[in-house]
Design a protein around this ligand. Structure first.
Ligand code: OXD
Ligand code: MN
Length: 602
């Protein structure tokens, strides 16, 4: 037997368990070298040069896009693979009926066989990272081992990495053990495994962000939601934004929408012309994840554990999101967009018209209008192509991103994409009713998602793919948090996607959404009346400020209308979903369902 002894840079830590684990994982994966990431600028430059030389990334036009790089993932590796994502708990009930489940012993064995020797000839990078400001009582530390420089460079943007995290961790701090290898990028040998009981994540066979930037969905939502349940806080798939009034007072809201419903755009909203005279200003705290705790004042306080945005490129333009367009001008990694001849990038529904030629997300020469053998238009950028960009570059970024205690939350907003049924906005009757509203929220599938277009998919609190434990216990946890909160945020539901009978959107969206946020905040301050309906409070048409927006009275009426017939069907569909959760579903959720059903039938 050969003695395995890879070259290793010297770690500056006294954390024996961390060093033991790194060695153990290295002896499984067998990298040629182990490099401890210190987070320095010199290191960044060295890694960029190495990745460019290896063809892992392309340096973009440095005059037009300074500090920017381009990366393409494998063609079969362009989105999160929910069917290969597992929660591995000793008991199946731990994962619950909405998660894929595997016994930890079996999961380690199966993935272990994929990891075995997977890093031969490669370097294993050790990335200490902090989700949340380093040292904040909200924050959590992880260490990711990976054989991908792309992952290191992305983690550098999305999280706080390097020596400062090791220093904070000290000789025996807790951390999440995150192991990733691209291995052969073989979808047959791809697994994204979470072991909440061991505070461990194993991801193998993928190079796509959502599967491999383990601080994001894996730690900050799946593992964190489990830890949050144990420790009495909330880890949520929510944006956080501040709305500043002319007198300087800022109110913060947190909002949950399923993936690809415009969280990034809402978080960076620019007030529309009609409302500008009121002098509102929007502050972006986060666009994807909120960690929320009850503070000593009895209110709910939130941080965004990330330090970057991993946003969808197609559809991002100066109308939908001018702040994002400003943010991605430098120091950004573009993944799976179209590469132009001048080494800049392009995507569908961006600002520029299509270039006459380029290299598409599959690495093939591309011309606008080109079709595949089925006669379908070939897209230059993959619909889920992304930008990874530092939050600090966003013109609307809140300086409170770095505040250890975060921001106080006045309102929680749930939302989905519904052509019918759900009105533009409604307010729940109570925290418990709000939890039921979140528990039953739903969205129609778009062309960008796998499955039948238009089909309604229940996605409670937008956490269906991200809850690290039994969803029924998760609802109970929300109810318990409500019981402990002395200043409860009000809970609302919004739907920007309602259509008229001709299939046209009734609401213009974008910056105009501020008008709805304004109503929400007025409700939080008890400064405006509302109409009571069987599902909650809706705005009186005159209490929405529509200055400068050319919307007919008829359209406004349709936007807030509640169709009892549609709603009674909706209640049946909700019931089918809630039944999946079985006896574990908290009684209070059923009570809310029954009460609402009765109000609708009356
Ligand atoms: C994301 C997602 O990437 O929700 O944020 O899929
Ligand atoms: Mn998300």
């Amino acid at each position: 037997m050969f003695f395995y002894s890879p070259k290793e840079t010297k770690p500056d830590t006294k954390h024996l368990e961390l060093m033991r684990w790194v060695r153990e994982m290295a002896s499984l994966c067998r990298p040629d070298r182990i490099v401890w990431i210190d987070g320095s600028e010199e290191e960044k430059k060295r890694l960029e040069d190495e990745a460019v030389a290896a063809g892992e990334i392309v340096r973009l036009n440095q005059e037009k896009l300074p500090g920017c790089f381009y990366h393409r993932t494998a063609v079969n590796d362009v989105a999160r693979t929910e069917h290969l994502t597992y929660i591995c708990t000793r008991k199946k009930e731990g994962a619950g009926p909405t998660n894929n489940w595997m016994l930890p012993k079996e999961a380690y064995k199966k993935a272990g066989s994929y990891f075995r020797g997977a890093m031969r000839g490669r370097t294993m990078y050790v990335i200490p990272f902090s989700m949340g400001p380093v040292g904040s009582p909200f924050s959590k530390v992880g260490v990711e081992l990976t054989d991908s420089i792309y992952v290191v460079l992305n983690m550098r943007i999305m999280t706080r990495i390097g020596q400062k995290v090791l220093d904070y961790l000290g000789p025996e701090g807790d951390f999440t053990k995150c192991l990733h290898s691209k291995a052969d990028l073989d979808i047959e040998k791809r697994l994204i495994l979470h072991f909440p009981e061991d505070n461990t994540i194993w991801s193998v066979g993928s190079g796509y962000g959502g599967n491999v930037l383990l601080g994001k969905k894996c730690l900050s939502l799946r593992i964190a939601s489990y830890l949050a349940k144990q420790e009495g806080w909330l880890a949520e798939h929510m944006l956080i934004m501040g709305i500043e009034e002319p007198n300087g007072h800022v109110e913060y809201v947190a909002a949950a929408f399923p993936s690809a419903c415009g969280k990034t755009n809402l978080a960076m909203l620019i007030p529309p012309d009609g409302l500008k005279v009121k002098g509102y200003k929007i502050w972006t705290v986060g666009d994807d994840i909120a960690w929320m705790r009850i503070d000593t004042d009895g209110a709910l306080w939130a941080i965004n554990p990330e330090s970057g945005f991993f946003g969808v490129a197609p559809g991002t333009n100066s109308k939908s999101n001018p702040s994002a367009m400003a943010t991605i001008k430098k120091n950004t990694i573009f993944t799976n967009v179209l590469l132009k001849k001048d080494f800049t990038v392009w995507w569908e529904d961006g600002d520029e018209p299509a270039p006459s030629e380029g290299i598409d997300w599959q690495g093939k020469p591309w011309k606008p209008g080109a079709k595949n053998e089925k006669g379908e238009i070939i897209k230059g950028a993959h619909p889920n192509s992304r930008f990874t960009t530092p939050a600090s570059q966003c013109p609307s970024i809140s300086f409170r991103l770095e505040h250890h205690h975060g921001v106080p939350i006045s309102a929680i907003i749930f939302g989905g994409r519904r052509q019918h049924v759900a009105p533009l906005v409604y307010e729940s009757f109570s925290w418990q009713h709000g939890v039921y509203v979140g528990a039953t929220m739903a969205s129609e599938r778009t062309a960008a998602q796998f499955g039948k277009e238009g089909e309604v998919r229940r996605d409670p609190m937008a956490m269906l793919p991200f809850c690290g434990y039994n969803m029924a216990d998760y609802f109970q946890h929300w109810l318990d948090i409500g019981g402990r909160l002395q200043k409860k945020p009000k809970i609302f539901h919004v739907n920007w996607f309602r259509m008229d009978e001709n299939g046209k959107f009734l609401w213009p969206g974008f910056g105009e959404n501020l008008r709805i946020l304004e109503w929400i905040l007025s409700r939080c301050n008890n400064s405006v009346d509302a109409a009571k309906t069987p599902i909650g409070y809706v705005p009186l048409p005159e209490s929405l400020d529509m200055t400068g927006l050319n919307l007919s009275k008829e359209a406004i009426k349709k936007l807030i209308e509640i169709d009892r017939f549609e709603w009674l069907q909706e209640m049946e569909s909700q019931k089918e979903f809630l039944k999946i959760l079985g006896d574990d579903l908290p009684e209070q959720i059923w009570q809310e369902w029954e009460a609402q059903n009765k109000r609708l039938a009356e």
